[in-house]
Design a protein around this ligand. Structure first.
Ligand code: B12
Ligand code: SF4
Length: 512
C-alpha cells in the first residue's frame, strides 16, 4: 500500500505598509474567512491527499521585509503573523501556495525561495501566478498552475510526486526546473467542486469582514463561491483573463455549501462569486437566484455580498442589451432584503464610475437608473452598504472628480431619505494596474504608472498611476477626500488612518 501524499497549503501572512509615523497605508486583515483555501482543501482531500492548513496570518508578530518610497514617504513593508522559517520543508511532500493578489507577490516569492532552498516541492496557483507565472518559477516553484477551475489539480500533484505524466494539462513553458501548467480539457464548474468536510469549513471560518463591522450575532463568518467567471469584460478586471466563460452551481449544490457553513457554526456567509447574477441571463436562472436566496433564509443565515452584484442584472431587462432598466423588485427583495435578523446585512456595490454609466463600463446603469436601483435596494431594509468607486482613471481630472463627489453626496442624501438608519460608506479605490488586463496595457503604453512596486500598485490606498490630467499624488488626495462621504469612514475602519490626515473635514449630510 502506498503512503498518502501530504500537502501543506499556505495561507500567506497579512501585509502592512507603514510610514515613519507608524501609520499603515494598506488594508491589514488577519481573520477573514479563508475563501480559496476551503475550496482547494476540500478538493485535494477528496482526491485522497492528506491536506493541512498552514495559516501564516495567525500570529501576533510583525516582520520587516522591504521598503518603498511613495509620496515622499518611506514605507516599510511588513507582514503580520508567523514566519515560514518555523516550518521544516520536509513536513509535507508538497507545499501549495496560492497568490491571488499582486500585493502578496513579494512575500509569496520569499516563502517559495525558502521552501525550495530546503528541498521542498512547491506548487503555486491563484490569479497573480496565472498572470505572471515566470516570476514564481524564478523563485523556485516546481509548478505554476494557470487553471483557476481546479480541473488539473490532481494531475499536477501526481506529476510533482513523480507518479504521472499524463496529457490532462497543457504544458506551456519550462524555466529552469519548473513548469507552467495550464488546462487542456474542459474547466471544472463549481458544481463539480467537492463539498468541504465540516472540519475544513470550521478551519476556514473568519471573524473579520473587509467591508465593515459585522455585529457579533452574525459571527463567525463562512464563505461560499457558487459561480466562477463572468460574461462581462471590464478592462480593469482579471476575471476575463481566466478564459472560463461563466459557470454556476445549481441551487441544490449551492445550498449544500451554505448548509455546510451553518453546520460549521457560521451565522453569516460571504458569497464572493465573480458574477453571481450571471445566471439571470437564462430564463430559469432568475428562479435559481430566488430559490438560493430563499434557501439561505430557511437555513437562518445572513448573506454578505462581499464582491458586489451587477446592478444592471437586477433589472426587469436582466442587463441584456436594450433591456428594460426598471428594478426587478422581487429579485431586489430576495438579494438585499433584511428583516432585522436574517437576509442581507451588507452589500458591497461595484459603483466603479456610476456617473459615467455605459460610457465607462457596459455593466453600469445610466446614473438615473442607477440611483433608482440603489433606492429600491435600500427600501428592502438592507442596513449596511459599502459603495466602491474607482479613482484615477486615465481621463480623470479635478473637474471630473468634483462632479463625482457631488453625485455621491446626492446619492447618500437620497438613500438616507429612504432609510435614515442606513449605514453607508463610500470606498474610493485607487486604480490598480492588475497584471494581464487591458487597462494595464493601456497605462503602460501611455507611461502613466508612476510607481510600479507591487506592494504599492496592488493596494487600493496607495495610488500609483498618474492620469492624463493629474499626478498620482493628486489622485491620492482625492481618494482621501471622497472617503469622507458616508456615515462610516471606511479608511478609519481599515486602519488606514493616514488618509484622514490630509482630508478636508467631512461635509455634514444635508438635512432630511
Ligand atoms: C474572494 C476574493 C476576495 C476576498 C478575499 C477574501 C479572503 N480572505 O480570501 C476580498 C473581498 C477581501 C477581496 C479583496 C480584494 N480583491 Co479579491 N478576489 C476574490 C476572488 C473573487 C476569489 C478568490 C478565490 O477564492 N477564488 C477561488 C479559488 C478556488 O481560486 P484560486 O484561489 O485561484 O485557486 C484555484 C487555482 O488557482 C488552483 N490553485 C491555487 N492554489 C493552488 C495550490 C495547489 C497546490 C494546487 C494544486 C492548485 C492551486 O486551484 C484552485 C482551485 O480551483 C478573486 C477572483 C477569483 N475568481 O479568483 C478576486 C481577486 C483575487 N481580487 C482582486 C482584487 C484586485 C482585490 C482587491 C485589491 C480589490 C477590491 N475590490 O477590494 C481587494 C484587496 C485584497 C487584499 N489584498 O486585501 C483581483 C486580484 C488581482 C491581482 N492579481 O492582484 C481578483 C483576481 C479579482 C479581479 N477583479 O481581478 N477579494
Ligand atoms: S462584471 Fe465584475 S467580474 Fe465581470 S469583468 Fe466586470 S469587474 Fe470583472
Amino acid at each position: 500500500m502506498g503512503t498518502v501524499t501530504r500537502i501543506g497549503l499556505v495561507e500567506l501572512p497579512a501585509i502592512k505598509l507603514c510610514d515613519p509615523s507608524g501609520k499603515n497605508w494598506t488594508a491589514f486583515r488577519q481573520h477573514e474567512p479563508l475563501v480559496s483555501k476551503q475550496i482547494l482543501m476540500a478538493q485535494l482531500r477528496a482526491y485522497g491527499y492528506l491536506t493541512s492548513l498552514i495559516n501564516l496570518k495567525c500570529g501576533s508578530q510583525e516582520h520587516l521585509f522591504g521598503e518603498v518610497r511613495w509620496r515622499g514617504l518611506l514605507l516599510q513593508k511588513k507582514f503580520g503573523g508567523n514566519s515560514i522559517e518555523g516550518y521544516p520543508a520536509d513536513m509535507f511532500d508538497v507545499w501549495g501556495i496560492t497568490v491571488n493578489y499582486m500585493q502578496e507577490r513579494e512575500i509569496a516569492q520569499r516563502i517559495i525561495r525558502y521552501l525550495a532552498s530546503q528541498g521542498g516541492r512547491v506548487v503555486v496557483g491563484g490569479s497573480d501566478a496565472l498572470a505572471e507565472p515566470a516570476m514564481y518559477l524564478a523563485a523556485g516553484a516546481m509548478v505554476v498552475v494557470t487553471d483557476k477551475s481546479g480541473a488539473i489539480n490532481r494531475s499536477v500533484i501526481e506529476y510533482v510526486m513523480g507518479r504521472a505524466a499524463d496529457s490532462e494539462w497543457r504544458q506551456m513553458t519550462v524555466t529552469g526546473g519548473g513548469k507552467i501548467l495550464g488546462r487542456r480539457g474542459p474547466a471544472l464548474s463549481p458544481e463539480d467542486w467537492p463539498l468541504p468536510d465540516v472540519d475544513v469549513a470550521i478551519a476556514c471560518l473568519g471573524t473579520q469582514y473587509w467591508e465593515g463591522e459585522i455585529p457579533p450575532f452574525l459571527l463567525p463568518i463562512g464563505s461560499a463561491i457558487v459561480d466562477i467567471g463572468c460574461d462581462r469584460k471590464c478592462d480593469f478586471c482579471q476575471t476575463p483573463t481566466y478564459k472560463l466563460g461563466y459557470k454556476s452551481m445549481s441551487p441544490g449544490v449551492a445550498l449544500k455549501w451554505f448548509a455546510k457553513q451553518k453546520e460549521a457554526g457560521a451565522r453569516s456567509v460571504i458569497c464572493p462569486s465573480d458574477q453571481f447574477l450571471g445566471r439571470v441571463l437564462w430564463e430559469e436562472g432568475r428562479r435559481e437566484v430566488l430559490r438560493i436566496m430563499e434557501g439561505i433564509r430557511e437555513l437562518g443565515l445572513s448573506v454578505l455580498w462581499g464582491n458586489g452584484l451587477e446592478l444592471k442584472k437586477a433589472t426587469v431587462g436582466r442587463g441584456l442589451p436594450g433591456g428594460d432598466l426598471t428594478p426587478d423588485n422581487e429579485l431586489c427583495e430576495a438579494l438585499w432584503g433584511w428583516d432585522g435578523r436574517i437576509g442581507c446585512y451588507n452589500a458591497y456595490i461595484p459603483g466603479e464610475r456610476p456617473v459615467r454609466g455605459e460610457a465607462a463600463y457596459q455593466k453600469l446603469l445610466p446614473w438615473e437608473e442607477h440611483v433608482r436601483l440603489m433606492r429600491t435596494m435600500v427600501q428592502t431594509g438592507i442596513p449596511d452598504i459599502s459603495y466602491g468607486i474607482i479613482v484615477g482613471l486615465p481621463d480623470d481630472s479635478a473637474d471630473e472628480l468634483s462632479r463625482l463627489e457631488d453625485a455621491l453626496y446626492e446619492l447618500w442624501f437620497l438613500l438616507k431619505r429612504e432609510n435614515p438608519n442606513l449605514q453607508f460608506r463610500v470606498i474610493p479605490f485607487s486604480l490598480r494596474p492588475l497584471p494581464g488586463t487591458t487597462l494595464t496595457k493601456g497605462l503602460a503604453s501611455e507611461g502613466l504608472v508612476a510607481n510600479p512596486d507591487p506592494a504599492v500598485c496592488g493596494g487600493f490606498w496607495t495610488a500609483c498611476a498618474n492620469t492624463r490630467y493629474m499626478t498620482y499624488e493628486a489622485v491620492s488626495d482625492w481618494q482621501a477626500r471622497l472617503s469622507q462621504i458616508g456615515d462610516l469612514r471606511y479608511a478609519r475602519h481599515q486602519g488606514v488612518t493616514s488618509l484622514l490626515r490630509e482630508a478636508s473635514q467631512p461635509q455634514a449630510i444635508p438635512a432630511l
